[in-house]
Design a protein around this ligand. Structure first.
Ligand SMILES: Cc1ncc(COP(=O)(O)O)c(C=O)c1O
Length: 192
């Protein structure tokens, strides 16, 4: 989904997932070294009653996947850890983090604003559900960002957030908005 910048993409990803999954749990996790466009929506959600865990980094500026595993709770719905850091350039171990979150059905977002266009970024290899892109970091015109949605997660209509993603999927299939193949693929994607 295209946005006006990476800040908008990060806000859409984090606040969108929180809105869509708020009935599933109220715990979200991020790291202490995120760009303000990730830290701010986490702060906002904290003010709105979400439990926010902010993971520290080690002396090299790395998030330890073991600290992600230790922070997970039964009500954790979202983890957001950036791919490449904008100040010190560390590349975070996103694949190792997704190996922990994915089997538990916890949504993983990464802010790849500083990595896409500079190092190879493969969403399948990273195992993320959402990935933020900043066009102007790799020679696009200004005013272009995007969120890559690896899995179909959020509802498309205001007011439908009470429904589970599976309910919404079934409704869309029943209405003929999506075909059987797409329905089956998305349904499989939603399975934990
Ligand atoms: C890691 C990271 N995320 C997000 C952003 C925000 O990008 P934008 O200026 O497109 O909103 C930046 C900007 O430098 C960044 O470095």
């Amino acid at each position: 989904m295209f946005t006006g910048c990476a800040t908008e993409a990060n806000n859409l990803a984090i606040r969108g997932v929180a809105a869509a999954l708020r009935d599933r749990g109220r715990h979200i996790i991020t790291s202490a070294i995120e760009h303000p466009s990730v830290a701010a929506p986490f702060g906002l959600l904290g003010q709105q009653g979400w439990d926010v865990t902010v993971l520290p980094v080690d002396e090299s500026g790395m998030v330890n996947p073991a600290s992600v595993a230790a922070a997970l709770r039964p009500d954790t719905v979202l983890v957001s850890v950036m791919h490449a850091n904008n100040e010190v350039g560390t590349i975070q171990p996103i694949s190792a983090i997704s190996a922990i979150t994915r089997p538990k059905g916890i949504v993983l977002h990464t802010d790849a604003a500083q990595s896409v266009g500079k190092i190879p970024v493969m969403v399948d290899q990273l195992g993320v559900d959402l990935l933020t892109i900043a066009g102007h970091k790799f020679y696009a015109t200004k005013g272009v960002g995007a969120v890559y949605f690896v899995r179909w997660l959020v509802s498309d209509k205001e007011g439908s957030v009470q429904e589970s993603p599976l309910d919404i999927l079934k409704r869309r299939y029943a209405r003929g908005e999506i075909g059987r193949d797409t329905f089956e693929r998305m349904k499989k994607d939603l399975e934990p």
